[in-house]
Write a protein that binds this ligand. Structure first.
Ligand code: MN
Length: 734
């Protein structure tokens, strides 16, 4: 096991200003915390965090990262707490260790292969500081190196996860060395025969062509030196796993792989890269389609190199990678290498227009590095923003659902299944009831509460941000509105039949459909409900011989009534119900704390049937708003004040609730009487009417009306809309 002074020495080798005291304290603290814990190998557990720290010293990382590595398993596996670590080692280190603990918890969530990409994104999104990922990768690397001590069934799972998630993550971060080793270790575990086969074939090949490699190496070096280029040339061999992947992908045999051996040419600057290309392409014939310039156009993870393949001496294909030493560091160590290169900016890079977010993020971090004073500062400011426009949430069973940022539990419900969305009535986020319109955050566990016979309220359309949810809500709403109109139409038609002394028979109506030019009974009823068809015409279609009994036109009392003689905007009190203003005492709502006073929001107009929400005002009580009320946006950032409430209506009580509608009607004598008549005939109480003159032809009326519930209100609105004098009816806050 690494001694205390050895750890300090490893760090001091590349960082003479390392905080020795801090490193020593972390060593002692973690050693005591892990105590006598043992690893599966029988080694003291404490050897593991030390090895992880050692891997990171090879990447020459800052003190905070090394200390976080030493402490990385303490919160999860020992009695240590975040608070204690913060007190002893400061906030920065506590945050890193906390981040690592968080990731470890994620490990427990189920991760099928098809979810690997999402999981990788989740890691990136949850981790705010790139150093957490560096420690995590080193942690995984050490666990893979000691994989043989794990129980067999666990080994395969860990190896698969490494291949699915951590190796690609290392690649994305540009850490090729770590990636290669992770892949090799996982490959060895998962495909032991294939691994052994490739390794032995590679050894054969090396024995047979060793001389050839040396010859190509020296010939290349001579030609470059002759052109005055300072360069180092290395022959290299592909990794077993990447050979295996190529054999799988291209369905070729080992013998057919032409590029198992490659050469790497390292030069001083970018200009030299192109000079090397000139020399190589002049001396040997190029293989078409194999030239790639990642120097002028770097890869997303900032990899830069020129690739080319030529037909070399002895007609052997020779694959070349040409890059500067600095590009090489980035290629091998990726994001970790940026910490080493304060002048890590690439010439010409500013002109490159790259639109990928990953690239821009890396570009920004490099710029920050160039501006910052120290590698530490660079690392601290490196936030992983790659996937910050997405949130990743889980179902209670651990299924991962990726959604756009700003998504709500309703989006989540529709992402699972349209039926789940349509029947959603509530949500629990991380075990606590949350409004369906609340914003989801990374890592939230969301449970959708459902009830059958539920229709999505139209207002959901404004609460969702995914296209799927919006389309589904719109469809369901359209169907619900249609059903509502059909219900209204049925009442009207039944009454029309009664007036004619007949009984409505759906069978007969079905036979009459061609005459009415409609395709279904419901169509007919909805058309009547919408006022597109006159109920008398339906009666006539079934009983053509019946004498027409159109209802008499409203009495024309123009001279007497008109606009009740009003010329300007005015208020008109129709009826003040006795219980007005009294709702406070008998407010029929469930889900409230009994000790607080409750009232309706002024001008809120919530009626039973509306989705409602309670807003808690400390010292005052609870105010009830319809969920669609624009006033609610004022409380968006105070989720703790939102209460989930429900109506609790006693049908026998016949209570009335105030709502407001805006009716735009033709400016004609008798209009107001007709409107008032519709409301009255439907059993609504008019509280107040405000009339505003909008144009010579139209009047706009704000009508306060008391109704028993939403259905009642909609019936009134629907019937008003059927009247020819009415051009528009809208509910305030509706
Ligand atoms: Mn660990």
């Amino acid at each position: 096991m690494m001694r205390q002074y050895e750890l300090v020495e490893r760090v001091r080798r590349y960082n003479p200003h390392a905080d020795e005291d801090l490193l020593n304290r972390a060593y002692v603290y973690a050693m005591k915390a892990h105590g006598t814990q043992k690893r599966a190998s029988g080694d003291p557990f404490f050897s593991h965090p030390l090895e992880v720290a050692a891997i990171l010293t090879d990447l020459r990382l800052d003190d905070a990262t090394i200390v976080a590595a030493v402490l990385h398993d303490t919160i999860e596996d020992t009695a240590a707490t975040r608070e204690e670590i913060e007190r002893l080692f400061g906030n920065e280190i506590a945050k890193l260790v906390d981040g690592l603990t968080k990731i470890k918890k994620l490990d427990l969530v189920s991760k099928q292969a098809e979810q690997a990409e999402n999981f990788r994104k989740l890691l990136l999104a949850i981790v705010e500081d790139v150093r957490v990922l560096l420690v995590k990768l080193a942690d995984r690397l050490h666990n893979m190196r000691t994989l043989r001590y794990m129980p067999a069934e666990k080994r395969t799972r860990v190896a698969q996860e490494t291949l699915d998630i951590y190796a690609p993550l290392a690649g994305r971060m540009g850490m090729q060395n770590v990636r290669d080793e992770l892949e090799d270790l996982a490959f060895r575990q998962l495909e032991p025969d294939a691994h052994a086969m490739i390794v032995s074939r590679l050894a054969d090949l090396r024995a047979r062509s060793g001389a050839l490699i040396a010859r190509i190496e020296s010939e290349l070096a001579e030609r470059l030196a002759a052109s005055g280029i300072v360069a180092a040339v290395h022959g290299r061999q592909k990794q077993p796993y990447s050979i295996w992947r190529k054999m799988e992908r291209k369905s070729v045999a080992f013998e057919q792989l032409s590029d198992i051996f490659g050469f790497r040419v390292l030069v001083r600057d970018a200009a030299d890269c192109y000079r090397v290309v000139g020399v190589v392409h002049t001396a040997w014939a190029t293989v078409p389609g194999r030239f790639k310039d990642y120097v002028s156009t770097p890869k997303q993870n900032d990899y830069r190199s020129i690739h080319t393949t030529v037909v070399g001496p002895s007609s052997q294909r020779v694959e070349l990678q040409i890059r500067t030493n600095e590009m090489h560091q980035v290629a091998e160590h990726g994001i970790a290498a940026h910490a080493l290169y304060k002048d890590g900016r690439v010439e010409g890079s500013a002109e490159l227009s790259r639109d990928s977010r990953a690239y821009q993020w890396l570009r920004r971090t490099i710029e920050m590095l160039a501006e910052g004073d120290s590698p530490e500062e660079f690392l601290e400011h490196t936030k992983l923003e790659l996937f910050h426009d997405q949130v990743f949430c889980f179902t209670p069973k651990g299924r991962l659902i990726a959604l756009p940022r700003g998504a709500t539990p309703i989006d989540f419900a529709y992402a699972i299944h349209t039926d789940v969305g349509n029947t959603a009535v509530g949500a629990k986020v991380n075990g606590r009831v949350a409004p369906l319109g609340s914003e989801l955050h990374n890592g939230d566990e969301v449970e959708i509460l459902r009830a059958s016979g539920q229709t999505p309220p139209a207002v959901w359309e404004t609460l969702v941000i995914t296209g799927k949810a919006r389309a589904a809500v719109r469809r369901a709403t359209r169907e619900a509105v249609r059903a509502q109109y059909a219900g209204l139409g049925r009442q009207i038609v039944v009454r029309a039949f009664e007036r004619a002394g007949k009984v409505l028979s759906e069978d007969k109506l079905r036979n009459a459909l061609p005459r009415l030019a409609r395709s279904s009974v419901e169509d007919v009823l909805a058309a009547v409900g919408r006022g597109e068809m006159f109920s008398g015409d339906v009666v006539k279609a079934l009983y053509p011989d019946l004498k027409e009994e159109r209802p008499a036109a409203p009495p024309a009392k123009r001279s007497e009534a008109g606009w009740f003689g009003m010329k300007k905007a005015a208020s008109l009190i129709f009826k003040v119900p006795e219980e007005a203003g009294n709702h406070q005492n008998s407010i029929p709502i469930r889900g409230l704390r009994g000790d607080l006073p409750v009232r309706f929001a002024p001008n809120g107009g919530a009626v039973p049937g509306d989705r409602i929400v309670g807003i808690l005002t400390p010292g005052e009580g609870i105010t009830i708003y319809p969920i669609q009320s624009p006033a609610l946006t004022a409380f968006d950032d105070q989720p703790e004040r939102w209460l989930d409430v429900r109506w609790d209506i006693d049908e026998a009580q016949k209570q009335h609730f105030p709502a407001q509608i805006i009716v735009t009607a033709i400016n004609e004598p008798g209009t107001l009487a007709e409107i008032a008549g519709v409301i009255g005939n439907n059993g609504g109480n008019i509280d107040n009417i405000q009339i505003v003159v909008r144009s010579p032809d139209f009047r706009e009326m704000a009508i306060d009306v008391e109704v028993s519930n939403l259905k009642h209100l909609n019936a009134i609105i629907s019937e008003l809309r059927t009247r020819s004098v009415v051009s528009k009816v809208e509910r305030v806050n509706g």
